[in-house]
Design a protein around this ligand. Structure first.
Ligand SMILES: NC(=O)C1=CN([C@@H]2O[C@H](COP(=O)(O)OP(=O)(O)OC[C@H]3O[C@@H](n4cnc5c(N)ncnc54)[C@H](OP(=O)(O)O)[C@@H]3O)[C@@H](O)[C@H]2O)C=CC1
Ligand SMILES: CCCCCCCCC/C=C/C=O
Length: 332
């Protein structure tokens, strides 16, 4: 019998999440009996905190449920031949230290994963956020060499990969982020232009200065006011990938316009929302490409690591506040 620690959503978030909205509990896991099941632990491994947990908690969870989320875990006991003891998996197991799974919510790390590469990257650049950047750019933005790509939340898990993939694809890249340290990082990893959207006097002017001819592609992680301003600087036939709307996730009252129809008509824009799981059937292709670029040093990765399972809510809230550079990870 194993005792697992779990984080529970005690109270639905109202506005910005608070630590008092979470409860740390203990649950007893039964001994493994059934064929097809395996038990995994992530003691001394990695958990992810992601923005989607904020909107998905309202949509998919009720109070008292274990927080949704993924982790890199190691199989410690198994009656399922597909997952042998010692194997590493990315597990959609929620915020818990130990769990039992029938294997449906587990994905083995790619077999070509080198021993020297941190396994936490399977939650970031070589995982769901990296795939979001890959498919969003290729399939939604349909970027072409020579084009100019704009990305916001650019120093985060998705945005930092977007910028680097757009450079690999032969584009000019402009990124915006919320601190000078983040802007310096964007320049270090190859962004052509970067600015701190919190300190510019006019976002409109900063966008114009970074690309006087406008933008072919806009990878929008933020939505809200930023997107309303940026849309006016799209080039004719520009493409906007609506990836996230983090500036709106904590709103209790929905934000109001300005509205997108007029610039969309006059510039003949294409604007498409997407969820990365649309390309689950091409997951291996995406992971293989991302892993290759990381190993070649063409895509650099940074992680904001918080230590300790007890600090999961703090890491989650910190990420929503913009305290992370790169992928926000909790290490146990
Ligand atoms: N459609 C899909 O399938 C997916 C969508 N997403 C979305 O992509 C976006 C980025 O996710 P991810 O890379 O994991 O997270 P990040 O690592 O980018 O972390 C979130 C960042 O958002 C920025 N931010 C927070 N609040 C605001 C605000 N009010 N205005 C502007 N920026 C803000 C902060 O950076 P800063 O300091 O720059 O403000 C913060 O660091 C999110 O919107 C997420 O929901 C993610 C994965 C899949
Ligand atoms: C419970 C784990 C779900 C993992 C799926 C992640 C899909 C992310 C889609 C993101 C949308 C916005 O952030």
């Amino acid at each position: 019998m194993v005792t697992a620690k779990v984080w529970v959503l005690k109270k639905h978030f109202e506005g910005f999440p608070k630590t008092s909205d979470f409860d740390l509990k203990k649950i007893e896991l039964p001994n493994l009996k059934d064929g097809g099941k395996c038990s995994a632990t992530s003691s001394y491994f990695f958990r992810s905190v992601d923005p989607y947990m904020r909107p998905y908690s309202r949509r998919d969870m009720k109070e008292g449920d274990i927080m949704i989320g993924t982790q890199v875990a190691r199989i410690v006991e198994s009656k399922n031949p597909a997952f042998t003891v010692g194997a590493f998996v990315v597990a959609r197991s929620g915020w818990r230290t130990h769990f039992i799974s029938d294997g449906k919510d587990l994905q083995l790390l790619p077999s070509s994963w080198p021993e020297s590469l941190p396994k936490s990257l399977a939650l970031g650049t070589v995982g769901m956020p990296g795939l979001t950047a890959y498919f969003g750019l290729l399939e939604v933005c349909r970027m072409k060499p020579g084009e100019t790509v704009l990305v916001n939340a650019a120093a985060g898990a998705v945005g930092s990969v977007v910028g680097q993939l757009a450079k690999i694809g032969g584009c000019k890249v402009v990124g915006c982020a919320g601190s000078d340290e983040k802007v310096a990082y964007l320049k270090k990893i190859g962004f052509d232009e970067a600015f701190n959207y919190k300190t510019v006097t006019s976002l409109d002017e900063a966008l114009r200065k970074a690309s006087p001819d406008g933008y072919d592609c806009f990878f929008d992680n933020v939505g809200g006011e930023f997107a309303s301003i940026a849309i006016n600087q799209m080039k004719k036939y520009g493409r906007i990938a609506v990836c996230g709307a983090i500036s709106q996730y904590n709103d209790s009252v929905p934000q109001k316009g300005p509205y997108v129809q007029v610039p969309m008509i006059f510039k003949e824009l294409r604007m498409e929302g997407f969820i990365v799981t649309r390309w689950n059937n091409r997951r291996e292709e995406g992971l293989k490409a991302l892993l290759k670029w990381v190993l070649e040093g063409k895509v650099k990765c940074h992680e904001q690591v918080t230590e300790g399972f007890e600090n999961m809510p703090i890491a989650f809230i910190g990420m929503l506040k913009g305290e992370n550079l790169g992928k926000a990870i909790v290490k146990i």
